[in-house]
Write a protein that binds this ligand. Structure first.
Ligand code: MG
Length: 243
């Protein structure tokens, strides 16, 4: 395989060649569909509504609390569970009840995944229900044999290293033969530490940017790509020339 549109930094570790990858671990949101779809904005609004209804707060105060939980606990849900014993299933059912039609079906991504050798796994800080909705809308659900969601992770979100170790243990994944694909660069740090090859889908979203704590440069990034579908299509068509 060639490595089109890749940016390879000086390495102190050696990433596995993409042609030898046995397991592909994909993040979901803003990785398998463009951040411009703004699905997270809908989820973000639903979180504020949930907190407002739950604690009978005006919008601004609910918003402030939501962001405080996010800062203090890594995710809003973690803060709600820790401080208020909120039922995580009720929270996720509420916040993931969104309109996924801003995401377009992607036959191109479907074809690229079909051609890509190896197992494919989803690793998301969201829920299986949300992943099913989005993968169904994209038309690519058939490629994934595992969805490792926040419930499977015991509600411990990326980039805490513990669920990464749990994921590979649970599903018998050799990290040296695995490649993780993510838009939030700091979520690739634990993957690289385990020996995985990493692909960063460049993001302009604030929390994913290197200058906003996103760690978008450095030894934990093996390949940086602008458009995952284009990159995978190039990669797989090079490996599977027509005819
Ligand atoms: Mg993401």
């Amino acid at each position: 395989m060639t490595q089109p549109q890749s940016q390879t930094a000086a390495h102190t570790r050696r990433p596995t060649p993409l042609s030898s990858i046995k397991v592909w671990i994909f993040d979901l949101d803003n990785t398998l569909y463009p951040a411009a779809s703004n699905l997270f904005n809908q989820i973000d609004q639903r979180m504020t509504e949930f907190i407002g209804e739950r604690f009978d707060l005006p919008w601004d105060e609910a918003r402030r609390r939501q962001k405080q939980y996010f800062r203090d606990y890594g995710t809003t849900l973690r803060g709600l569970m820790t401080e208020h014993d909120v039922d995580p299933i009720a929270f996720m059912d509420y916040v993931h009840d969104i309109d996924v039609t801003p995401v377009n079906p992607s036959p191109e991504l479907d074809t690229a995944l079909e051609r890509l050798p190896g197992r494919k796994v989803i690793y998301t800080n969201g829920s299986c229900r949300h992943a099913d909705n989005v993968l169904g809308r994209l038309g690519i659900a058939r490629h994934f044999d595992v969805i490792y969601d926040i419930v499977a992770a015991g509600y411990v979100p990326k980039p805490d290293p513990r669920p990464y170790a749990h994921l590979i243990d649970l599903h018998g994944i050799d990290p040296q033969g695995a490649c993780m694909v993510e838009d939030i660069a700091r979520n690739l740090v634990p993957a690289a530490a385990l020996g995985m090859t990493t692909v960063w889908v460049r993001s302009e979203v604030d929390y994913a940017r290197p200058d906003r704590g996103g760690v978008g440069t450095g030894d934990h990034i093996d390949h940086a790509v602008d458009d995952l579908t284009v990159w995978l299509s190039d990669l797989t068509s090079a490996a599977n020339p027509p005819g």
